[in-house]
Design a protein around this ligand. Sequence first.
Ligand code: COA
Length: 258
Amino acid sequence: MEYVKLDIHGAIARVTIDRQGKLNALNATVLDELESCFLDLQENSAVRAVIVTGAGEKSFVAGADISQFPSLTPEEAQAFSVRGQTVFSLIESSSKPVIAAVNGFALGGGCELALACHLRYASDNAVFGQPEVKLGVIAGYGGTQRLPRLIGTGRALDLLLSGRMVKAKEAHQMGLVNDVFTLAELLTKVEEIVKVILAQGSQAQAFTLNVVYKGAGKSLAEGLKDEATAFRNVFETEDRVEGALAFLERRSPKFKNR
Ligand code: COA
C-alpha cells in the first residue's frame, strides 16, 4: 500500500497513515487503503485490537484533501462525503476495539476519523478541530453526527460553527479524547491500555461495541431490549463460564475468545 502501513505484533495491529508531505491528508487512495486494511483486519482472527495513528510528529490527519474541493460539482461532493462516511462507518463497526493515537493535527476528516474510532488518546501537541466552515463547507465524514453524540450538541456546535482549533488539553476537558500523553510516550501508553483491553473477554467486548453503537440511534426502551438479547447471546460463549469460574476460584481468567 502507498499511504497506509499495517504492522501486526501479536494481537495488536497498528494502522499508520503516512502521507507526510500533505500532513497525512485523506485523498481517495488513502480512503481505499484504509478500507482494504480494515476489511482484512476484520477477517484476521489473530488480531484483537487496532491502533490508528499518523506518521511523523506533526499530524494525525490534517483533513480530507482540500486540493480536490474547487472542481467538485454538488453531486460529486455528495459522493465524496458518502465515500468518507462509508470507510469511517466500516471502522466504527469493527467488532474489535479500534483506538486512535492522535499524534498531532486532527482536523476535519482527521477529527472525524478519530471520532469513528472507539477510543481516542492524544499527544500533548495534538490539535483538534472541524475547520470546514472556514472553507465555506461543512463536515462531511460524520462530524455533524458523531461529534454531538460524543461531546454534546453545545460543545460540538462550538467547534463546528467557529471552525476553531483546540489543543489536546481542552479536547480532553471537552470529552473529545480519553487521555493525553507526551508525544514520546503516546504509542507506549496506548499499547499499555490496549493490553488491559486484550486481557478481557473479546466476545463480550464485541457484543458491547455492537449494542452501544446500535443504541445511539434508538429509544432507551429499544436499546435495553437489544442489551438483554446481547446479554443472552454472550451466555452462549465459553468465555462467560471461564470468567465466572475464575472469579469464584480467585484466579485470573484464561479467555479463549470464543
Ligand atoms: N488537504 C490537502 N493538503 C493539505 C491539507 C489538507 N487538508 N492540510 C495540509 N495540507 C498540505 C499543505 O497544502 C502543504 O502542502 P505543500 O507543502 O505541497 O504546499 C503541506 O500539507 C503542509 O501544510 P502547511 O499548511 O504548509 O503546514 P502548516 O504547519 O503551515 O499548517 C495546518 C498546518 C494543519 C494548520 C494547515 O495545513 C491547515 O490548515 N490544513 C488544512 C486543515 C483543514 O482545513 N482541514 C479540513 C479539511 S475539510
